[in-house]
Design a protein around this ligand. Sequence first.
Ligand code: PMP
Length: 354
Amino acid sequence: MTRFWSEKTRRVEPYVPGEQPLDKKYIKLNTNENPYPPSPAVKEAIVSNVSKLSLYPDPDCTALKELIAPKESLNIENVFIGNGSDEVLAFSFMAFFDPDSTILFPEITYSFYPVYSSLFNINYNFISMKKDFTFHKTDFFQKNDGIIFANPNAPTGIYLTLDNIEEILLGNRDSLMIVDEAYIDFAGEPSAVALIKNYDNLLVVRTFSKSRSLAGLRVGYALGQPSLIEGLERIKNSINSYTIDRLALAGAQAALEDEDYYKETIKMIIRTRNNTADKLEDYGFKVLPSSSNFLFVSHPDYNAEDLFYVLKEKGVLVRYFKQNKIDNYLRISVGSSEEMNTFLSVIRELLEGF
Ligand code: PMP
């Protein structure tokens, strides 16, 4: 059968998104979604924009940029908006890394980075990790054309300090560093955005999917010096100027304006995360220190893949990665305290019955 696939389509190994199951209702702890609904203001804003859907949205997303920029002590020229941070990341790979160049990222990290690399023909070398999933810092000083990592990292949840990030930036003045801060709001630690004014080679990527409870709306953004933002706008306007629809813009703006709601839900998630971690440790799990809205855990006496399937059968969906070094770990998103109590009692029963 002729498939008409280009060589690139044949070569790429696409990302496999976490399951969004349709067969039954699960306690869904597998894709790091927020267990709380978005701010009520989001619904109001979206509904009131339905009547304007006959008009194209603002391709520059100016109103949203005007809300984001001052929160970060930046100007709108420092902000790029995309259809989820996945799109922002894809555009960044296109805008800043040439085919046949070599970039660096940790051996355990967000699994979209190797996918973009193969799609755009970019070589990559891994930054190796120690047993405790921290980096060998010297690896960042090998020759490269770019560096990308998530901070806090995924799926480990481990946060890298700004001092470390600055040291890596100083040693890599001629290559672009992308810091993917999808989970920074759960860290209670400073963002790399503070370094943007001093480093024109730093791009920070964020999302509304996690702390703002808007994974379904698809809005992400990048922050950096204007030359980087211009590069991203060039790519976006060479593909699709309207990647952010009118409802998404209205919803994201409303979410940003309801700061109190979002601070409260973050607080609840952090509290639940810490309580769940303590309980899992009581049950004998090794729990990595998490600065995010998920826990990365393993048990010395039980096989993670088996646990994954048994949990699923019992109606609890978590994430398992069949990947070297982490194939005895489970990643568990932090749900509401009720969901986590149910999860913990299911886990406890399982461990007793294994
Ligand atoms: N970066 C990291 C590290 C992530 O875990 C995710 C979500 N899976 C994303 C980016 C993408 O998030 P979104 O496209 O929903 O903004």
